[in-house]
Every structure is written in C-alpha cells, then in structure tokens.
Design a binder for this molecule. Structure first.
Ligand SMILES: [Zn+2]
Ligand SMILES: [Zn+2]
Length: 337
C-alpha cells in the first residue's frame, strides 16, 4: 500500500513503549490484512514492557514490535490463495503462535506448542495500530454477528478462563463445587463460563466486596473473602501467590483439580506428606488454545458470556495503561484505533 500508520510499540528493551509511524503491512500469499476495530489491554503488557531484555531475547522476541494481543476487526485485504475469509468479514485474531503440525497442535493442545513463545503483541506485531496482518487464516476466528470492537478480550482473557475451566472440568460432575480465587477480568469470565457450561456450585473468592457482588451477579452461588472449607472438587487460582495456592490446596479434595492461572509468583511448599492432596492434578496454564478462543466466542454470541469494556482512543493508550497499572479501570480497557 505504501501508506503509514501510528503504532504503539516496544522500541527497545528497558524503555517505555512509544507511538511510532510504521508502514501498513503488505499482504503476501496466504496472509490477511485486518483493520483493527478494538484491541484489549492486558496486564501482561505491563510486565513485558518492563521485562529485562535477556528474557525477551531468550524467548525469541524481536524488538521493535507493536503491543496488543487481544485483537478483533474486519478483513480489508486477502493475499493470493486465501479462500476461507472474505473482505468485510468480522474476525478475532489468535495471539499465541503455534505451528499447526507438531504432536501438540495436532491433538488440539496448541497452547503447549514448542513454537508458541512468541505471539501477536509479544515478539511479533500486535493490534495497537490501525491495521494488523495475520500470517495465515489459521490465526483468524470468524465472529459472525458479534461486534468486533469488543471481541478482542475474548481471545485472551476469555479464552484463558475457558482453558482453565476446561482443565478442571473432569472433576465437575453432578454435585461438584468449584472455587474461583480472584474475581478480576479473568475471574469474572471464569464464573460466567462455569455457569454456562457446568452445573457446579461456584464459590467466588475475592477480598474486594464490590468484586464479590459482581461475582454473585454473574452467577456465582456464594462469594467469600478467603478460601474456606474442604473437599472442594476443583480450584481455579487466578491470583497465584503463596497464600492462595496454600489455601486452595488445603480446600481441595483428594483427586481434585487445581488450575494455576495467576502469575503472582507463589510456590508449592512441601509437596510430599500432606502438602498436596493425594492424586490431585495441578495444571499450570499460561495461555489458551485456539479451540478455547472459538468456544468462548461462541458463548459470547449466545449472550452467555460478556466482557465489560472501557473504551480508549489510540492516542490515549498510555493513559489507559496507567489506569490499568493503578487498578482504576471499571472494565477491560479496549483501544479503538
Ligand atoms: Zn494477555
Ligand atoms: Zn505446534
């Protein structure tokens, strides 16, 4: 195209991101250009902009790159050989990379793909710009009638929550109880996904009374300020500090499922002789699979899951990140470029 666009980029390790003028990406065979309708901001963006360069380089990330990994928009150009999406179609974009051909990918476990350390918005160009390029149609999730302006967070916050519920689901048969620790963006989604897809009794845990009220409104059966009880069938810990891990494990029954989502840096103490429930499964997850993104988009299309959004213009993205960092947002921040 030869045109340029503003993009909010990590320009060098250890430096704050900057708004930079960059070329609109050219579209090669098999590729698709999407005009961004909305891009969600994620707490992990803050982590990656403050991350030491050695970590980013060890992960294979290339600077500079455009931030933003919760992207949805409309197809504006398709490369040669693209037949499954058309110009004008609303799509969301997957953020994690995956090869599509390794044993994990072929089994639908693309969240474990060894080629998944980079993603759109972390190590590759993301959605905080007018346009974003999809390397192949494997990256695209058609949205149907769902509004692409607010669909981006479904691909990361929504899909990660869905993945957590899926990894706990085997223990959530009739009469089961599940505890969700941390009712922020992901926790709110986890409660909705549990309500929509299981009959489990849902106990929401958060120290903030407003968030507890929110959890009850979204379908939790009970909302408490800290984990209590025993013989719980599954725990989804979205905080992940020492105290939540310890209390969550103490509440879990033998053979239950503990899913660790939160990046709070907590550890597992004394794994032998009483520290961990016997025969429990402990699943650390970092990102969703494509199937999770697809499933949560389908739930959103039926109205069973929704994301509360606070909109920002691209010019206000630095202010939006400050609000995210300060914890003053009222919903998921979404930048409308
Ligand atoms: Zn994220
Ligand atoms: Zn793979």
């Amino acid at each position: 195209m030869g045109e340029t666009m503003a993009a909010y980029r990590v320009v060098a390790w250890g430096r704050p991101p900057e708004m930079v003028e960059v070329p609109v990406p050219a579209v090669g065979p098999g590729q698709v250009l999407v005009e961004v309708a909305g891009c969600g901001l994620c707490h992990s963006d803050l982590t990656m902009t403050q991350m030491p360069g050695e970590i980013g380089e060890a992960l294979g990330w290339q600077v500079p790159f455009t931030l933003g990994h919760e992207v949805a928009g409309r197809v504006v150009e398709v490369g040669a050989d693209v037949t499954t999406v058309a110009v004008g179609e609303a799509v969301a974009l997957t953020s994690p990379s995956s090869c599509g051909t390794c044993a994990h990918c072929r089994a639908g476990r693309d969240s474990a793909c060894p080629h998944g350390d980079t993603g759109r918005g972390y190590g590759r160009d993301g959605g905080l710009a007018r346009y974003v390029r999809a390397g192949s149609t494997r990256d695209l999730l058609p949205l149907g009638d769902l509004d692409p302006r607010h669909a981006g967070p479904l691909t990361d916050a929504g899909a990660t929550s869905h993945h957590a519920v899926r990894r706990a689901r085997a223990e959530l048969g009739p009469g089961a109880t599940v505890v969700v620790i941390g009712i922020g963006g992901l926790g709110s989604l986890a409660v909705q996904i549990l309500r929509a897809t299981t009959d489990a009794r849902i106990v929401a845990v958060d120290t903030d009374p407003t968030r507890r009220q929110g959890a009850l409104a979204l379908g939790a059966d009970e909302a408490v300020d800290e984990v209590r009880g025993t013989d719980v069938d599954a725990v989804i810990d979205i905080v992940g500090v020492d105290a939540t891990i310890r209390r969550g494990l103490r509440a879990l029954r033998r053979g239950g499922a503990f899913v660790l989502v939160g990046a709070g840096g907590g550890g597992f103490a004394r794994p032998w002789m009483g520290g961990l429930p016997r025969e429990a499964t402990i699943t650390p997850i970092q990102g969703p699979s494509i199937a999770d993104a697809r499933a949560v988009i389908d739930l959103a299309a039926t109205g069973a899951v929704r994301v509360d959004v606070e909109e920002f213009a691209l010019a206000d993205v630095a202010r939006a990140y400050r609000s995210l960092d300060a914890g003053t947002l009222t919903g998921r921040a979404v930048v409308i470029p």
